[in-house]
Design a protein around this ligand. Structure first.
Ligand SMILES: NC(=O)C1=CN([C@@H]2O[C@H](COP(=O)(O)OP(=O)(O)OC[C@H]3O[C@@H](n4cnc5c(N)ncnc54)[C@H](OP(=O)(O)O)[C@@H]3O)[C@@H](O)[C@H]2O)C=CC1
Ligand SMILES: O=C([O-])CC(=O)C(=O)O
Length: 258
């Protein structure tokens, strides 16, 4: 597969390392600057129009702004796109633009599962009717740096768990673009952005990113919890999110998928 990657941060680097283990070197990186990293030897471009014509897949590891900036043009030229920036779809206008670009280009936008699991259960349960879905995200204070939690709490002085957001998945996905893509994943697999309830907690007693789903419906009830290790280069982002991108790439090439 000929792959291009958007971004060169913590997730993108993990993905590149894992691809290298599988003998795959990305053809191109779409970045904010065309200057290649020392020794990476990969072409860098800053505009989707400059991507090589023979790519099989683009992979967004760069966040909401990058998906909004490049996603529609990539899909419109007929290139499938894997993204980890699911929360961007809470913006209805962008959602529409991505959808119509995908239709026009006969391309697909694949949403990586990210730092959470259990989305298959929600997707199936939705068929019979979901009554209530709640997502609770809990991270150490450092994991909320650079988010609206800083305006609610003194993250450096926290001595007990503190809630800094309660509301809908739509609100949180837009307000916390670097931290609440998981809420968007739960919403998109389950009851949607406006019906999914979300609570975010900064907890000084933990050192993992803990994500929980509680769902009830015609199927019965379901609880999911993951204690995720953060990526060494970014305490905000769980390693599982980067792993899910690699898993999504592997699915694109597989004859049998799960
Ligand atoms: N679905 C999920 O569960 C999760 C999703 N995420 C999403 O993934 C994103 C990336 O995470 P992570 O790698 O840890 O973050 P980092 O901050 O480590 O890296 C972000 C990278 O994206 C690049 N970037 C930002 N905007 C653009 C743009 N417009 N065009 C091209 N590149 C751009 C940055 O470029 P530069 O170097 O120039 O700053 C940087 O290389 C998060 O912002 C979040 O939205 C994160 C964790 C979990
Ligand atoms: O990586 C995580 O634990 C979750 C995250 O940042 C997000 O949902 O955007």
């Amino acid at each position: 597969m000929k792959i291009g990657i958007i971004g060169q941060g913590a997730i993108a680097q993990y993905v590149q390392q894992q691809l290298a283990r599988r003998g795959v070197v990305p053809q191109v990186v779409l970045a904010r600057s065309a200057a290649a990293r020392d020794g990476d030897g990969i072409a860098h471009v800053t505009d989707a129009a400059d991507l090589p014509g023979d790519l099989d897949l683009m992979v967004d590891c760069a966040g909401h702004a990058a998906l909004a900036q490049h996603g529609p043009a990539i899909l419109e030229r007929g290139l499938d796109l894997v993204t980890v920036s699911l929360g961007a779809l809470a913006d209805q206008d962008l959602h529409e633009r991505l959808l119509s670009a995908a239709h026009r280009g006969h391309a697909r936008l694949h949403l990586a599962s990210g730092a959470i699991g259990g989305l298959d259960c929600l997707r199936a349960a939705r068929v019979g009717g979901l009554a209530e879905v709640t997502y609770i995200g809990r991270k150490p204070p450092a994991g909320w740096k650079g988010s609206p939690a800083e305006a609610e709490l003194d993250l450096d002085q926290l001595s007990r768990p503190a809630i800094h957001f309660e509301g809908t998945a739509r609100k949180v996905a837009i307000a916390y673009p670097k931290n609440a893509n998981v809420a968007a994943a739960v919403a998109l697999a389950g009851t949607g952005f406006d019906a999914t309830r979300v609570r975010l907690i900064a907890d000084p007693a933990i050192n993992t990113n803990i994500h929980e789903i509680h769902a009830t419906g015609a199927f019965g009830s379901f609880t999911f919890r993951v204690d995720g290790q953060a990526l060494p280069d970014n305490p905000r982002s769980s390693a599982l999110a980067a792993m899910s991108v690699v898993a999504a790439i592997e699915q694109q090439d597989a004859a049998i998928t799960i």
